[in-house]
Design a protein around this ligand. Structure first.
Ligand SMILES: [Zn+2]
Ligand SMILES: [Zn+2]
Length: 365
């Protein structure tokens, strides 16, 4: 029997290589040969044990690969065949429940808990549910998008962070021409929000970060930010006012890591009638100094954003294939499968002297 090498997370900060048997593929399923798998902040949280996930499992929720085997029914339904390159969406939604029908399928709980690639336990057959493996099982409810084969893999695999940029910075707040967009946090997701807002025709784009984020803020400028603000050196409320003719930002997107304070600050930055998108999780901590009167008096809208859905994935893939944006400059690190743990530690900022913007794993190396 053929097997797949896989990195299994057995518990917090414990990643162990395993060999797992390749599953049989029926009429409605497929097997993906994983070419690359992106890494993001959720991977670092999962590694640290901060997410309620059932161990042991294979992490990795941003897989890109080629169809190795596929059933006739699945081939017809997805419009792909053996040898086609596809981006795989993280969620595996039931497609039938209320949230699925409303298009919010990252919240589908029809199978009990968050059911997505990288989050399903090994105990659920066939076990190959994560992207940190040579092969990934695609079950009937998986969602795939065809990606042109000539795009370099480290760029093609950016469909996930860019998809988040399109959903969080454009689709959810309905951003368009004339909008001033303020992005709080210059990480991978923040820069993706800049790229997406720029593609959507936003007017002025402003990004905030810490002093040590200077290289990331420079990248944000390179990808379309008109202004950047160092929150440790500048009075952000005043700067935002200055840069927006005293109005504030029409759209504020909160994608900073961990700290709850920017959520309260966002209320000061938003324009009357503006939209605030909260997409960075804060470990279920409450937000100090949250002045709700500002929401009332500005008639601001506060919108949550969790995960990515098909229209945003499709926008991201179109942008990648267009070649219009120098996305390769965002790619900082790639790793063979055996170095997955180090990859996550670098992303989490645990390795002195290494700063990751976009990293990925190449499971065939
Ligand atoms: Zn991710
Ligand atoms: Zn559902």
């Amino acid at each position: 029997m053929r097997t797949s090498r896989a990195i299994v997370q057995e518990g917090p900060r414990r990643l162990v290589p395993h060999d797992l048997p390749l599953p049989d593929i029926d009429d409605q399923s497929a097997l993906l040969k994983v070419e690359a798998c992106g890494i993001c902040g959720s991977d670092a949280e999962q590694y640290a044990g901060l997410l309620p996930v059932p161990f042991p499992l294979i992490p990795g929720h941003e897989p890109l690969g080629t169809i190795e085997r596929i059933g006739d029914g699945a081939a017809k339904r997805w419009g792909v065949d053996v040898g086609d390159r596809v981006a795989v969406e993280a969620p595996i939604p039931c497609g039938r429940c209320r949230v699925c029908l409303a298009g919010r399928y990252p919240m589908c709980r029809a199978r009990g808990s968050f059911f997505a690639h990288g989050y399903v336990p090994l105990s659920r057959a066939p076990g190959l549910w994560g992207g940190y493996a040579e092969y990934l099982y695609l079950e009937p409810c998986a969602l795939v998008h065809r990606v042109r084969p000539d795009i370099p893999p480290e760029v093609a695999v950016m469909f996930n962070p860019l998809g988040a940029g399109f959903r969080w910075a454009v689709d959810i707040p309905d951003t368009g021409p004339g909008d001033t967009v303020l992005v709080l946090g210059p990480g991978q997701r923040g820069i993706a929000c800049v790229i997406a807002a720029r593609a959507a025709g936003a007017d002025t784009i402003i990004v905030t970060g810490l002093t040590r984020d200077a290289p990331k803020l420079a990248l944000a400028r390179r990808f379309g930010a008109d202004h950047v603000i160092d929150v440790e050196q500048e009075d952000v409320r005043r700067r935002v006012k200055e840069l927006t003719d005293g109005r504030g930002a029409d759209v504020v997107i909160e994608v900073s890591a961990n700290a709850p304070e920017p959520v309260a600050e966002a209320l000061h930055y938003v324009a009357p009638g503006g939209r605030i998108v909260l997409a960075g999780v804060k470990g279920f901590r409450s937000v100090p100094d949250f002045v709700s009167d500002l929401i009332v008096m500005k008639e601001a809208k506060i919108l949550g954003a969790f995960g990515v859905t098909s229209p945003a994935y499709a926008s991201a893939i179109r942008l990648i294939e267009s070649g219009r944006v120098p996305l390769a400059e965002l790619h900082t690190h790639d790793f063979p499968l055996a170095d997955t743990e180090r990859a996550i530690q670098i992303l989490a900022g645990e390795v002195e002297g290494e700063t990751s913007i976009h990293s990925c794993i190449f499971p065939q190396r």
